[in-house]
Design a protein around this ligand. Structure first.
Ligand SMILES: O=C(O)C1=C[C@@H](OP(=O)(O)O)[C@@H](O)[C@H](O)C1
Ligand SMILES: C=C(OP(=O)(O)O)C(=O)O
Length: 648
């Protein structure tokens, strides 16, 4: 159920399967830059294809680096030995921190004239600590807008002979990463001292491991200082394989833990160099069952059946920790995630965004400068989640669809930053609450069949036609004309409808046979032809989709309301057979009836229903025809059940 601006995720029952992860963003962008700075040609395989890596690739091309895509995820980079061919360029780096910070450092020390800019949010993300450190080395960098923030203009440096330089490490580890990767461009030994408590430490391990792969070994004194020796030069290792993205793994591991699993991710595991694999430990603390091998991880639900809250310092897993905040909705108790101040300066203020959106689904939230506390609600409410152009907000909140009502994600396309195919991968690993859609013309017997199928399967039942009949009735009671579209749509949003067994309640009052009269049927048909009314009733109908499943009958169940139904039946019978059934039904209830008039009525209604522009009655693509002219109810029910079992 997609549109350009939102994705309505159905309520999810379970998660299982095997997913192969796209390449790591952090490794892809480091390797591409190091390959460009090296002597020699590097083939980089399993590269992440996403907006962040596209910004790096585009930047390198603009600098004159030979970048050739040889297969879909394989790039051949012809290194420039530390000397970019183009000495003048304007780079647009989107919101990619792993492109912006490292390119700033490399270009500041490479003797050209460059401007670096990004999206509006990038211009709010700090870079001052890195610029200060580079200036101490002689770099010539101007802020084009606000002091301490992009955009930047870089001029050729007048290099100092400083042997030691200090960089703050408590806002972003990317400043230290950027500096270290650029230092081999200088022809002398430089020691970088880290000022302040270094955050996101595992990302520095990725940087050191990648530099080593390209022939530069950094000497270190714990987390205090790092020394790049004189004469250090990047040399291409030939071919580099990029691991799967450990942060992207977090959504699937969490899905396995919440949705039962087993859910296996391939591409990253116990031998990974990415710190975010430690997310699996956090999930295990919550009670999830985790197993892993060198290049895979697998998550299952907790043995006890219920996840439990944790209180955790998440500084080492800043990105994956966001996933814990949403997983906390499914845990018993209050979860506290600490030491995450860096969330405030990422794609959005993630502490504020997380608190706002988790509140929408009913959680009780507490936020501080560097922590967040989540107390789950008794019942996770359906909400339209704003994603703030933050890929991780969108991916994290997909997990909230394991609540009973599903979840709506606004601007789902923002996942393109690191995982453009996220939602199709997620759909492939998760099983939604199943819907059996039974559509068909008036008096085809679909209501009785659907109700009996629901009973046989222990599922919920939605008589969508009754919603339209109820609206018709409510309109007549309140004196709203049956063609007053806007008023009717408003009324549709206001009325309170409840189904209890065979009983139907409208605004707290039980409705009787008046709902089944021909008059109510014709009022329903009229209001149902109005677009705004159908739109207003859509959410009401979807809300009936609850575990363990739903059998829904109507006219557009398969095509519009539940297009992802596991089974779609178009149930019909000849007009004569339907007139006869209706005649018998009315007689049994002691009501008067005329078979010729009924037949005429049914034909007129068929005509109206198939001709109307709003959701005309038709066999939906993927629906199978069930003609019951020659079948009795039991036979029709048995046939639907057989088709459902064949689908399972
Ligand atoms: O170096 C890296 O690849 C990254 C470092 C982290 O940033 P901070 O160091 O700013 O926390 C992380 O959040 C980001 O997604 C990627
Ligand atoms: C913080 C992130 O990105 P960036 O590399 O732009 O810092 C992220 O991917 O969560």
């Amino acid at each position: 159920m997609t549109s350009d601006n939102f994705l309505d995720l159905p309520p999810l029952l379970s998660a299982r399967g095997t997913v192969t992860l796209p390449g790591s963003k952090s490794i892809s962008n480091r390797v591409l830059l190091l390959a460009a700075l090296s002597a020699g040609t590097t083939e980089v395989r399993d590269v992440l294809l996403s907006d962040d890596t596209e910004r790096m690739l585009d930047g390198l091309r603009k600098l004159g680096v030979g970048v050739e895509q040889v297969e879909s995820h394989v790039f051949r980079v012809t290194g420039c030995g530390g000397n970019f061919p183009n000495k003048e360029a304007e780079l647009f780096l989107g919101n990619a921190g792993t492109a912006f910070r490292p390119l700033t450092a490399a270009l500041a020390l490479s003797g050209g004239h460059y401007t670096l800019s990004g999206v509006a949010r990038m211009h709010e993300r700090p870079i001052g600590d890195l610029v200060d450190a580079l200036r101490a080395l002689g770099a010539n960098i101007d802020y084009l807008d606000n002091e301490g923030f992009p955009p930047l203009e870089i001029f050729p440096a007048t290099l100092s002979d400083a042997a030691r330089v200090s960089v703050r490490g408590d806002v972003s580890s990317q400043f230290l990463t950027a500096l270290l990767m650029a230092l081999p461009l200088l022809d002398r030994e430089v020691t970088v001292e880290v000022a302040g408590e270094l955050i996101s430490k595992p990302y520095i391990e990725i940087t050191l491991a990648m530099m080593k792969r390209f022939g530069v070994e950094v000497a270190r004194d714990g987390w205090r200082s790092f020394t790049v020796a004189a004469g250090s030069r990047y040399v291409s290792p030939g071919t580099v394989y990029v691991e799967g993205d450990a942060s992207s793994a977090s959504y699937f591991l969490a899905a396995g833990a919440i949705g039962g699993g087993p859910l296996r991710i391939e591409g990253v595991g116990s031998e990974s160099i990415q710190g975010d694999v430690r997310f699996a430990d956090a999930l295990a603390l919550m009670g999830a069952q985790i197993t892993m091998g060198p290049n895979w991880m697998e998550a299952r639900g907790p043995e006890s059946g219920k996840l439990k809250a944790i209180d955790l310092d998440c500084n080492h897993i800043p990105d994956a920790a966001m996933t814990l905040a949403v997983a906390a909705l499914f845990a018993e108790g209050t979860t506290t995630l600490r030491n995450i101040a860096s969330w405030r300066v990422k794609e959005t203020d993630r502490i504020a965004a997380m608190a706002t959106e988790l509140r929408k689904v009913g959680a009780t939230m507490e936020e501080g400068a560097d922590y967040i506390r989540v107390t789950p609600p008794a019942h996770i409410r359906h909400a339209a989640i704003d994603t703030y152009d933050d890929h991780r907000m969108a991916m994290c909140f997909s997990l909230a669809a394991f609540g009973t009502e599903g979840m709506c994600i606004n601007d789902p396309g923002c996942v393109a930053k690191t995982f453009p195919e996220y939602f199709s991968a997620f759909a492939g690993m998760t099983q939604a609450v199943p819907v059996i859609a039974i559509d068909g013309p008036s008096a085809s017997g679909k209501g009785t069949v659907a109700q009996r199928v629901a009973t046989a399967l222990g599922m919920h039942y939605l008589d969508s036609g009754a919603l339209y009949r109820l609206l018709g009735l409510a309109a007549q009671r309140r004196g709203v004309a049956l063609d007053a579209e806007a008023q009717l749509a408003k009324l549709a949003g206001q009325i309170d409808i409840r189904f209890e067994g065979e009983d139907i309640w409208l605004d707290g009052v039980k409705v009787g046979d008046e709902l089944r009269t021909e008059e109510a049927g014709s009022a329903a048909s009229k209001v149902a032809a109005l677009h705004q009314v159908r739109a207003a009733l859509l959410a009401k109908q979807r809300a009936f989709r609850r575990a363990p499943g739903l059998v829904a009958d109507g006219r557009d169940m398969a095509s519009v309301v539940f297009p992802d139904s596991v089974l779609k039946i178009f149930l019909t019978a000849s007009a004569e057979a339907r007139a006869e059934r209706r005649y018998k039904q009315l007689k049994e209830k002691g009501m008067s009836a005329n078979i010729a008039a009924l037949l005429q009525d049914i034909r007129a209604r068929d005509e109206r229903d198939t001709q109307r522009s709003a959701a005309p009655l038709q066999q939906a693509p993927g629906a199978s025809l069930l003609d019951t002219t020659a079948l009795n109810i039991e036979q029709a029910v048995a046939e639907v059940l057989a088709r459902y079992r064949a689908k399972k």
